[in-house]
Design a binder for this molecule. Structure first.
Ligand code: GLU
Length: 288
């Protein structure tokens, strides 16, 4: 039992939450409870193009309806206010400056299409494209840029570094930088930090000791461990939950309404019944 356990639920308000989100957050809550710890709620609303305040509101309502509870969040007091990422830009800007001073990031002017078409990516059709190392600009070239906006900034990943961690559910995991992923985004030219940067900064600022999230984010953990190291933070533990799939075995998406908590509620399902449903139980045997 760890009395200092601090977990978090961190939905992105880009649509209505579905049963998969509810299950991951339920697991997060149960793990916090089992350690007599606490849970914070963080609204990850940085993507101005996709996030909507109505979805932020709906996420809070739907999760409460489902039975999820947290000790700190947008509608509660806590030492880490605000809990909406869109109100925490100062923290991310400070982090950008720190990485820039260490010459660990660079402005990138290549488009996604150009990167995809690079020779290194010809063989990697299924995997995410890698930014070619020989396209990296000279660090001196950006020394006079004092603000991040206007460029996509990438993190210079170390050459073929093994990143090992023990996932609390999956056991030992290993990734190789430069091979499993390349120089990743830190800041977007539209003026917002990337997911990887904001999550690492907030998890550290909010004292998170364990991150519970879907296993689709496993490779992100390797990137985030590199960022933690760059900042000198002690990283949290990680627990990657199995994804809920539909009857055809496909992952649930926010764009498909059928499994949204809203719709399930409107159809008369109760949270208790949903927690006994086949979709909920599939793949979860080893979890709860
Ligand atoms: N906000 C992210 C999402 O909804 C999750 C981030 C995380 O748990 O690290 O996909």
């Amino acid at each position: 039992m760890d009395p200092k356990y601090r977990g978090r639920v961190a939905p992105s308000p880009t649509g209505f939450l579905h049963l998969g989100h509810a299950r991951t957050f339920w697991i997060a809550m149960k793990r916090a409870e089992a350690s007599c710890g606490s849970l914070i709620y963080r609204d990850e609303d940085l993507d101005f193009n996709r996030c909507k305040s109505e979805y932020s509101q709906a996420a809070l309502e739907d999760l409460k309806w489902f039975g999820c509870r947290w000790e700190e969040g947008p509608d509660k007091d806590g030492p880490y206010r605000p809990y909406k990422q869109s109100q925490r830009l100062d923290y991310y800007l400070k982090a950008w400056k720190c990485l820039k001073e260490k010459q660990l990031i660079y402005p990138c002017t290549k488009s996604r299409k150009e990167i995809q078409a690079a020779p290194i990516n010809k063989e990697r059709q299924e995997n995410e494209p890698i930014y070619p190392i020989n396209w990296r600009p000279d660090p001196e070239a950006s020394k006079d840029i004092l603000e991040p906006d206007g460029y996509n900034w990438r993190f210079r990943v170390p050459a073929k570094k093994k990143i090992n961690f023990t996932d609390q559910r999956l056991g030992p995991c290993e990734f190789l930088s430069d091979v499993d992923f390349g120089d990743f985004l830190i800041w977007r030219k539209e003026g917002v930090p990337s997911y990887e940067l904001s999550v690492v900064v907030d998890d550290a600022a909010m004292g998170i000791t364990e991150v519970v999230r879907g296993e689709d984010l496993l490779v992100s953990t390797a990137r985030q461990l590199l960022l933690n190291e760059a900042f000198g933070f002690t990283p949290p533990n990680f627990y990657h939950a199995p994804l809920v799939v539909n009857e055809e075995g496909a992952r649930l998406a926010k764009t498909v309404r059928s499994m949204s908590l809203r719709e399930l509620k409107e159809k008369g399902h109760s949270p208790e019944d949903l927690r006994k449903s086949q979709a909920w139980c599939l793949g979860i045997e080893d979890t709860l």
